[in-house]
Ligand binder design. Sequence first.
Ligand code: KG4
Ligand code: ZN
Length: 336
Amino acid sequence: DGKFLTMGIESSCDETSVALLLEGRQVLSNVISSQIKVHQVFGGVVPEIASRHHLENINQVTEEALNQAGVTLDQVDLIGVTCGPGLVGALLIGLASAKAYAFAKDIPLVGVHHIQGHISANYIEYPELEPPFMALVVSGGHTNIVEVRDYNGFQVLGGTRDDAVGEAFDKVARVLGLGYPGGPRIDKLAREGNPQAVPFKRVFLEKDSYDFSFSGIKTGVLNYLNSEKQAGREVNQADVAASFQQAVLDVIVKKAVTAAKTMKKDKLVLAGGVAANSKLREMLEEQCRKNGIQLYRPAPVLCTDNAAMIACAAYYKYKGGFVSDLTLDAYPNLPL
Ligand code: KG4
Ligand code: ZN
């Protein structure tokens, strides 16, 4: 009926997802097929298995997304697909599918940076939200503070020098024997623990740096567990989870709020899988209120990997005059 219809495709890690959006922000469908159960037995995502499952799932997920939205491929005005960063074999499945549909139906194609997608989840959650703002991107692969100047204009102020924050959550969960994926389990267990019980080191790096380092705290937790074991003391798992989480979040919250204040942004936008963390939301809410910053955070389903956020980002790239062609490739380490 004249409204602009975007189809988004996401397959960068272990979620196969296809979504249909009207006018860039209105979600008609957002089908997410998670492989968590498949990878759980290995304690993490196995890239080769992920690609195979994407391949098996993608057509069915696409069909379901079109059905749920009540549209056909012929009505689609634009196809947006994650082209990086991510697992190369996984990315290639989404790309091949997107390119095939674009070619067969002569639909414009836009490659999307996965992190731009995560940030864009907020445009779906908040129909009135517009740049500029400060963004905190926290996921299994990324920890970035990004100045969002425009829909397609980004300045990365800082990032992790080693592990991403979600990765740290997953590794510590593994050490605690909580299983995969660890983030949500630590979140839950930490609610029963004392965040002051173990004084894990807060790593702020150089003064004024917006960078992060989370590889040390994983070793810190491991050393703590070993020394307690050697001393024959019983470890309170909830206390360790709560203390680890607090140490990591103290640094993230401090840096994100400082960035917003320093760059004179009155909006802070949260994005990525770790944005689903209840303690992070609570701490940011408090700090933003104290500093006169408006906090934006997507619903949990829009925090973790999904294609709606990719479709939204594609819409704004297309409106900004950007199109990809069929030579579009997968870029495992694509910079924002
Ligand atoms: O954005 P995402 O789905 O995938 C990537 O692009 O990486 O993020 C997944 C990450 C995992 O590391 C997972 O443990 C973490 O987000 N995560 C959480 C929570 N929910 C998911 N971490 C902490 N607390 C949570 N509630
Ligand atoms: Zn992600």
